[in-house]
Structures are given as C-alpha cells and as structure tokens.
Ligand binder design. Structure first.
Ligand code: GCW
Length: 715
C-alpha cells in the first residue's frame, strides 16, 4: 500500500493571518491545502487501521504500485486524468466524488477523485470509513454527491459562558462541555486564545469534513456585536484559515440593530437610520461585510434571529421580516454572501396558539406577487431557516407546516444536534431516527393548481427537488465543546456524525448510520455492534416516552430545560408547561383541530384532515393536536390514562435495560470510556425516573386516577 497524492501542496491556499500557528505542544498539524489534508488523513487512517507505516509518493512513475490509493482532481493528478473522464467527474458536482478500483493483472489500485479538492477529501473519508467499518474495498465503483448544498453547523457559543443557563448559551445545553472556540483567553486559557489554533479546532474540522459538513456559523444566534469588531475579525480570520483546507467556511450570527452599537463608532447609525429601504442601513452592512471579506475571502454570510425572544428586528421599526431580510441580503449580495433568516418567531399578538405564529408572519411574504409578475418577496440570497417542528426542538414534534408552503422562498432546515431538550450531555439519546422521521414525513404538498406533488417528503422540500429550488441548506445547532471528545457524552458524537450523514443524504437509514458509527467508535465485533446499535435505536423513543409521550409538549422546568416541571407557570404563557399540557379533570393536551386553535389548517389538506381528527391522528402526536379524555380508548385497548402511565414506565425501563446492557459490554470496551458511559447511564436512569414520577404524580391531581393495576409498582 502506498498513498499517492500528486501536487498536494501546489495550490497554496492563501492565508490571511501570516503568523498562524498551533498552540505549543499540539499534536495536530496545520495544513494549507485540501489535498494535503486528504493525504494526511490517508496516512494516518491507513497507518492506524493497517497498523503499519504507509509511504507517501508524490510521483507515481508509470504505474501505481499494487494496493496504492491515489487521491486528487483531474487538475492535480495525472493518474486521475488518465483513469477518470471529465464527464464522469462533472456528474458528481462540486462536492461529490468517485472511488474506483482498477486492475492490471493481479495488481490493483484505487482512485479517489473529485471535481474539486474538497470532493476528493470527502471521497478520502468515505474510503477510510469503508475500511474502518469492514466494508469491501475491492471492486469499488462509487459515485456520490450530496443532496443538499449547504450543510452547516450553527455553533451556539457566547463570548462568556453562562454556566448552567440553557437559554443564553451552550453552557447549559452541553453541561460541562464548554465553549469550543477560545476568543478571550482568560484564566487557565490565557495565551491560548485565537489567533492561536488549538488542537480541538482541527479535530472538529476533520470530524465535520469526514461527514461532509461545509460551513459553520461560529457564534450564538442571540448575537453579540463584538464578533463584528476588527479585533474579533482578525481572530476569526485565523480560524477561517485553519478550517479552510477542510472545506469549512465561516459565517456569523448578527444582531439586526448592530449598526447602532457605539462599539462601531464613528461608523454608527441612529435608530432613524435603521430604515431597511434606506441607503444608510444597507451601506452599513455592506461595509461590515466587506471588512469581513477582506480578511476572510470565503466568508459566507449572516445568520439572523430577529424579533424573537427579545432580539431586535425590523418589526420594532414598523417593517416586516421581508423588508429586514432583504435589506441585509441586498447589502451583501454583491459580495456573494447569503442571509440565513430564522423563522423561530412567536409574537404573542399574532395568535393565541404559538404554533401558528411563524407561518402567519412569513407565509404572506412568500405568496406576495411581485411587480415583475413572479411571486415571493424574499431575495434569492435569503434562506428562511426553520426548525423541523413548529415549537422548539421537542423530542417529538410534527413537521413544521411551513415545509412545502414556502415554494417561492429558499428554505433551510434547522435541526438541533446539541441535546437541549433531549437529555443534554447526561442522557444517551441517538437523534438519527428523529431526523429520519421528520425528513421522511409526507407533507402531502400540492402545487398551485391543487395537484399533489410527486416528490413531497420533507426531505424533497429541503433538497429542492419538490419545488425546483437549486440552492438548499440544512443547518444543525452544534454540540461542539472543549471536552476531549468534543461533545461531552461519548454517545453525543453519534448525533454529530448522523447530522453530517443525513444532511449529505437524508434518504439514508439511521440504523445504518448508527452501525457505521459504532464500528468506527467502539468495535467491529458483531455482538458489540448489534448490542450498541440496538441501545441507540430505541433510545430516542424511550426518551419521548418518559418525557413527552403521545405528543405532550414542553414540560421542562425553565431553569435548565433538563428536568420536568409540568406545574410551572411563567410570565409568558407560551413558555409555561401548563399552557402546553392543559391538564384538567377531562383530560390532557392542546386542541389544535378546527374545534380548537385550528393550527392543523396550516398543513396541506391530507395532513390537516389526518391530524385534525382524533381518530386518525397518529397516537404519537395525539396531544399536539387534541385534548384527550382520560378514559379515551387507545389502540391497545387500554384507556388513555393507563396507557399514558404505562408509556412513562416503559421509557424508564428502557433506560434500565440500557444500563444493564452496557454493563454486559465491559469486556469489549476500554476501561475509561466504559466507566464514563456507565456513570452517565446511572444518572440517566435516575433522571428518567424523576420525569416519570413528577409528571405522573402531577397528572394524578387532574385525572383522579391511580396507577393502572397491570403496570407494576411505580416508585
Ligand atoms: O430552544 C430555544 C433555546 C434558546 C434559543 C432559541 C432559539 C438561543 O432555549 O436558548 O436561543 O431556542 O432557537 O433561538
């Protein structure tokens, strides 16, 4: 075996931070070109997997040696030019790759080729993944390209960490797994702040590239303007330089009223000058964007949370989301940048039902007829970024009704990888099946003449094939932190991995993804793979069962979004668990059918009818759409109350089973990670029990019923 990479360092990527350097004592290496990164991955990966040193050749001579692996583009590599036609390569697009086996007599070699160097890097990782997961690497004829163009992380990171506070930063969401990028370098990390590059930035970049992610918005959506100051831009440029070889481009979250921040003096605007149609506002954003582009030439644009949860926005000045988004988009369009405008809005004046508000604030802008006869007011370089469900990353939600309804607008899907509402870094919860369920949900979308679309799963809407969009995006709220394993809980890595794979190809099976991950992370032994995959595949449904069964939503205590507090009443109705559970002596759940808020009418007719009728709504979404009588007969034959209690108990029992099952794996798992996961599972089991007991005891006050007889003792 040899690794052959011709001209790996030929096209030096221009660095904008002349003294870019790794922190002292680093084990990672800074590479300058993507082909250097691919070469290093092969050397490291093959060397480790085959347990022997693998030589690198830059000039293969006439014939590649037996077992050689050649990586490149037609431009960089003579062997690629000789073996892969331009047409074949063109068919996989910018980010795709081909992996092909070639034979000469008894000798063979493998060519990994991309149209671009990044494509070749993705192919390299895919090849290593095959090897690592014990799939065949002979007779390969693989052709792959992503279904979605922009596969980004949103890194909810604050300048300061709000330890333990869920609402403001990643501190609470990731538990002890604190902030990944180090801008301020105080205390222990003094001298280790950007522009110094820490190992973990490169590790994260490699992890992201290994599953095809190609962008990251580095700061929290409740944006601090400091990220737009020259001091920070210099640091961001260093980060961009370090991540660039891995195909990862930077973006920033911004605050709509940043132009009025005195920190930018003398370049500041007054409130009156924030008019989105005026030159001042657009000029300001254009100047900031140019400043960014001067240091980060491939800077991709801005993520905006506006008029949401106290963030300022165009509505504060009598303008709407279309005016605001288009103003900033127009300002940055000449620079090739995009705006990811979030639709996570829920202004209480819009409607009594929080779930209806986003569509009411955005839908009409999509429908609006334009002077040139076309429809949809949002500019082409605007993405509306929408969470998978209509509420807020609950463990099970119906799909957001805006998917399919925004046909004249570019839409980005936002998923939450960090487990804010799914156990944070304490609970083992594999989210692949949740995303698969959402992406493969039939929207029953129709065209303007009322005909059902052929391709109409949520994934088809997102990948553009349903309604003919060429610019497409999936964004994941990241769970990266400063823990050695990047994610805190070892099993949270699986969610980062799955996000990458599913944003590349949403049609993948989440169980297959889990199996790959287990093989790459824990072991290739059949019984270990089978056992861990089984644990993972049921873990999300178990969490749904002990937290929010049958479509119960948002019963989290407000202090940390981790534990339960179904009785909580907060200043805002729509933050209060009681608003969602609507517990009374009759039953439980929120009537959103035509007899209630009529939220169901926002779905296309087939889904609206299905969800709106208590007899046809899937039971796992029951309480999202209906107030369910305690004595309602469920499909199992049990009454709702009994089934509900049973479901809570089942969820907890699954966690007990996971804990015992993990114990049985001790001989096959290294001691450190075994005990770290074991500790987490013990906490997980206790906290799942707390969810069951707190919720069931509270519901009892309304149902007046006791534990069902066949349910065994609840503690
Ligand atoms: O899930 C909620 C979180 C907030 C977050 C908000 C959002 C950063 O509790 O912390 O704000 O969603 O998506 O904007």
């Amino acid at each position: 075996t040899a690794v052959i990479v011709e001209n790996a360092g030929r096209k030096k990527v221009h660095r904008h931070t002349p003294n870019l350097s790794m922190a002292p004592g680093s084990t990672e290496k800074l590479v300058q070109t993507t082909l250097e990164a691919a070469r290093d991955e092969l050397v490291r990966g093959l060397g480790g997997l085959l347990d022997r040193a693998v030589p690198v050749k830059t000039d293969p001579g006439d014939k590649p040696s037996d077992g050689a692996v050649i990586v490149g583009t037609r431009d960089s590599s003579r062997i690629v030019r000789q073996h892969i036609s331009a047409d074949d390569l063109t068919s996989v697009g910018d980010d795709g790759y081909l992996i092909r086996s070639f034979f000469r007599g008894t000798q063979g070699f493998t060519v990994i080729a991309g149209n671009t160097e990044v494509g070749a890097l993705y192919g390299t990782f895919a090849f290593l993944r095959r090897l690592q997961t014990h799939k065949s690497i002979t007779r390969l004829d693989i052709s792959e390209s992503p279904r979605v163009r922009h596969r980004h992380l949103n890194n909810w990171e604050t300048v300061r960490l709000y330890a333990g506070n869920n609402a403001s930063g990643t501190g609470g969401l990731n538990g002890e797994n604190g902030t990944i990028f180090n801008f301020t370098g105080t205390g222990e990390s003094a001298g280790r702040n950007l522009p110094v590059i820490l190992d973990r930035y490169i590790v994260a970049a490699r992890a992201m590239a290994s599953v095809g992610m190609n962008g990251i918005t580095i700061n929290l959506v409740n944006a601090d303007n400091v990220y737009l100051t020259p001091e920070y831009i210099a640091q961001e440029a260093a980060l961009a330089d370090a991540l660039r070889p891995y195909g990862i481009k930077l973006a920033l979250s911004i605050n709509y009223t940043a132009p009025t921040d005195p920190r930018f003096a003398p370049d500041t605007l007054t409130n009156e000058q924030l008019d989105p149609h005026g030159e001042e506002f657009r000029g300001w954003w254009n100047r900031r964007a140019r400043l960014l582009q001067a240091s980060i030439p491939d800077f991709t644009g801005f993520t905006v949370k506006a008029n949401s949860e106290g963030q300022p926005g165009p509505q504060d000045f009598g303008d709407d989301h279309g005016d605001g988004a288009n103003a900033i988009a127009a300002a940055v369009a000449p620079l090739g940048m995009k705006i990811y405008w979030r639709t996570f809005v829920y202004n209480a004046d819009v409607d009594e039902d929080r779930l209806k508000r986003a569509y009411l604030e955005f839908g009409y802008i999509n429908d609006e007829r334009q002077p040139d006869g076309t429809r949809g007011r949002f500019l082409d370089n605007v993405f509306l970024q929408t969470k998978n469900g209509p509420l807020d990353f609950q463990a099970r939600e119906p799909i957001h009704p805006m998917f399919g309804r925004m046909e004249h607008t570019n839409q980005a899907l936002e998923l939450q990888i960090t487990q804010e509402y799914t156990g944070q870094d304490e609970m083992l919860c594999y989210l692949g099946p949740m995303w698969e369920e959402a992406l493969k949900t039939d929207t029953y979308a129709r065209d303007e003449r009322g005909r059902l679309l052929d391709k109409r799963l949520m994934g088809h809407i997102v990948d553009g094939t349903a309604q003919g969009h060429s610019d497409t995006a999936i964004v994941g709220v990241a769970n990266l932190g400063n823990a050695d394993n990047l994610t805190g809980h070892h099993f949270s890595q699986a969610n980062l991995f799955a996000f990458g794979r599913q944003s590349w190809d949403w049609t993948l099976d989440s169980a297959d993804i889990a199996a790959d991950w287990v093989r790459m992370t824990w072991s290739n032994r059949k019984n270990v793979v089978g056992t861990i995959v089984k644990m993972m595949m049921g873990s999300w449904e178990a969490l749904v069962s002990y937290q929010t069964p049958f479509g119960m939503a948002h019963q989290f205590r407000s202090s940390d979004h981790y534990g339960p507090n179904p009785a909580e009443r907060l200043a805002r109705d729509d933050w209060s668990p009681v608003y969602y559970n609507k517990a009374d002596s009759i039953g439980l759940g929120y009537d959103r059918s035509s007899t209630g808020s009529d939220f169901t009418a926002q779905y296309f007719p087939t889904l609206a009818a299905r969800y709106g009728d208590i007899d046809t709504v899937p039971e796992n979404l029951l309480m999202w759409f209906h107030h369910v009588r305690w004595d309602r007969r469920m499909r199992s034959g049990r009454i709702f109350w009994d089934e509900l209690v049973y479901r809570y108990q089942m969820g907890v029992q699954y966690v007990t089973w996971m804990r015992l099952t993990w114990d049985s794996l001790q001989p096959s798992i290294d001691a450190r990670r075994f005990s770290e996961v074991k500790t987490k599972l013990t906490i997980h089991e206790a906290d799942a029990g707390d969810w069951r007991d707190t919720c069931v005891n509270y519901w009892k006050e309304f149902s007046g019923r006791d534990n069902p007889a066949d349910n065994g003792p609840l503690s």
